[in-house]
Design a protein around this ligand. Structure first.
Ligand SMILES: [Zn+2]
Length: 293
């Protein structure tokens, strides 16, 4: 039996690449319908900016019984960058707690309760970030990129001196799925990650990796824990090629926007059905912390 946490990261279209919220506004209702049909609740991690501009979306998510979490203020890098992103510079460690406090307060106001679950944009977490989340009263952080650190397989209490190790902090760190059973061809191991396989290669291709990882866990006598991330903008058609705004244009790599829209919806539906077939149990991030305490 596998425990599954679905995290839906609510941000501008194509992450920080654009200032638009077409995906958030148009595709969140589609995701809510789909989850409802499968009888699944998830955790929606909102940036403070998305909440300020579209508080009505937060209300719909909350009223449908899902958890409202936080995903930074502007989708900025709050931890350690693992690879380069054009035009993005990380916050200084001493800036992190105040920035997260501002984001948390904005999300809390729209949600009607304080968020207790967090996810770092692009899974760029850090020790300073996790300590700041602990100080702000967070119960879980779903930022650990398994593809990169490859050590923690199941939820754990991180160490105050190194967030990637087990320690004595109260917050629970949730590792994000990677297929550790495969040989990576990528210098960073990004091909082991779940994203964006479900829409670029299809749900069965992702399921092949999930099955490989489940066997990997079985070999180590570890109960599989599967934490995934998706984005509303993936479920709405995204522009191909250059996207112009302000004083210039950005051109995301083709895979970033490939199959966004109806194809992604179809594959997500299929993925959920296949996970249920394998007996997966679905949890919100905050429920994992309640279980651990
Ligand atoms: Zn994000």
């Amino acid at each position: 039996m596998a425990r599954v946490v679905l995290g839906i990261d609510c941000e501008t279209d194509v992450g920080s690449w654009t200032p638009y919220y077409e995906g958030l506004v148009n595709a969140t209702p589609v995701i809510l319908d789909l989850l409802n049909r499968h009888g699944i609740t998830a955790t929606f991690f909102f940036t403070g900016d998305s909440v300020r501009k579209h508080p009505e979306v937060v209300g719909r998510v909350r009223d449908a019984g899902h958890e409202v979490g936080c995903h930074s203020l502007y989708h900025e890098t709050v931890g350690t960058p693992l690879f380069e992103i054009p035009g993005i510079y990380p916050l200084l460690p001493e800036e992190v707690e105040n920035r997260l406090k501002v984001a948390t307060d904005i999300v809390a106001q729209a949600a009607g309760y304080r968020p207790v679950s967090f996810r770092a944009p692009r899974l760029f977490g850090s020790t300073a970030m996790v300590n700041a989340l602990e100080a702000l009263g967070y119960a879980t952080d779903a930022s650990y990129p398994m593809y990169y650190y490859r050590e923690r397989l199941v939820p754990y209490h991180p160490d105050a001196a190194d967030w990637t190790r087990e320690g004595a902090l109260r917050i629970v760190e949730l590792p994000n799925f990677a297929d550790l059973s495969m040989d990576s061809q990528d210098p960073y191991g990004r091909d082991m990650d779940q994203w964006p396989l479900f829409r670029t290669a299809g749900a069965p291709a992702l399921m092949h990796h999930i099955d490989g990882y489940m066997r990997y866990c079985e070999g180590r006598q570890v109960e599989p824990f599967l934490c995934f991330y998706f984005h509303p903008w993936e479920f709405h058609p995204m522009p191909q090629g250059e996207i112009h705004y302000g004083e210039g244009a950005v051109r995301p790599d083709p895979f970033i926007v490939q199959n966004c829209g109806p194809e992604a919806v179809k594959q997500f539906d299929l993925l959920l059905a296949m996970l249920r077939d394998r007996g997966a149990q679905f949890f919100q991030a905050r429920q994992i912390a309640q279980e651990a305490s």
